[in-house]
Ligand binder design. Structure first.
Ligand SMILES: Nc1ncnc2c1ncn2[C@@H]1O[C@H](COP(=O)(O)OP(=O)(O)OP(=O)(O)O)[C@@H](O)[C@H]1O
Ligand SMILES: [Mg+2]
Length: 264
């Protein structure tokens, strides 16, 4: 890699009381890369994204996004990013276009610009014909496509997507994957989290596997597969289970990481 770093995270850490949710995370994302976070429930993926998108202050460590410090220059960071969070944020009683007009105005855009951009993104997401339909009538996949259009209204340099394909049918997953690939081709840097191995395989230039708040491996999918000893043609899920183990994470962090719990 020789491109420009769009994200740089240095020892990024988040504690909730005595519990360390993100534990000294270091990584760099180059401009135009699609970078994925894979990891068990509770691993710290969303918390990392929330810090990088200025929704949550790190306990320690630093990060820059699009060249701006997430703590010192949060407004600048916000001007350069889009976020598709875990929960869809749309008003059911407004149409797709009315939602985009509402959010676009919150982002400080004028109506003409919003309408132009909304039509462009809705069209690329195959939702233009539903622009004037109430969101309450949409399927999960249709809502998510409007939600993605909302995140792109500011035409961000960096787009964060937290589980963008969760709960969607294979057709919509396919559409969203193709859409993300197109964004990449237009120079947008993309960071996503997913539990879908195919998302990672098909979309991500590099993947960070995170467990108990720490990055346990970070590389291309192809190189990650080489980490498994004595197994021919492992798939990404084999590698993932090799790296993170088979234990279910219900309260497993308490047993696994007593050093992370500080008393007193
Ligand atoms: N506001 C909070 N207060 C206390 N604990 C929190 C808070 N937010 C997250 N956590 C804890 O931090 C850990 C990491 O949570 P996070 O949401 O980042 O996980 P995740 O990797 O996104 O998991 P999932 O795959 O389930 O979305 C979890 O144990 C979670 O319970
Ligand atoms: Mg999450």
């Amino acid at each position: 890699m020789s491109g420009k770093a769009m994200i740089e995270s240095v020892n990024l850490t988040k504690k909730f009381g005595n519990f360390t949710a993100v534990d000294g995370v270091n990584f760099t994302v180059e401009q135009g890369e699609v970078f994925g976070f894979l990891g068990p429930n509770g691993a710290g993926k969303s918390t990392t994204i929330r810090m990088l998108t200025t929704l949550l202050m790190p306990t320690s460590g630093t990060a820059s996004v699009a060249g701006y410090d997430i703590v010192k220059e949060p407004d600048r960071v916000r001007q350069n990013i889009g976020l598709v969070a875990e929960k869809v944020i749309l008003y059911n009683r407004l149409t797709a276009m009315e939602n985009l007009l509402f959010f676009g105005q919150l982002y400080g855009l004028d109506e003409k610009t919003i309408r132009e951009r909304a039509r462009k993104w809705l069209s690329l997401l195959h939702m233009l014909e539903w622009a004037d339909t109430l969101v309450m009538k949409f399927s999960t996949g249709m809502k998510q496509r409007v939600n993605i259009a909302r995140a792109l209204l500011t035409e961000p340099n960096v787009l964060f997507l937290d589980e963008p394909t969760l709960g969607l049918d294979p057709q919509t997953r396919n559409l969203i994957r193709n859409f993300i690939t197109d964004l990449k081709q237009h120079g947008v840097t993309v960071v996503l989290t997913t539990h879908d191995m195919l998302d990672a395989e098909l979309l991500c230039d590099r993947v960070a596997v995170i467990d108990h708040g720490r990055i346990v491996a970070i590389d291309t999918v192809e190189n990650l597969k080489k980490l498994i000893p004595h197994k021919e043609n492992p798939n990404l899920e084999d590698v993932y289970l090799y790296l993170t183990g088979e234990e279910i994470r219900d309260r497993a962090f308490e047993k696994a990481r007593p050093e992370g719990i500080i008393h007193g």
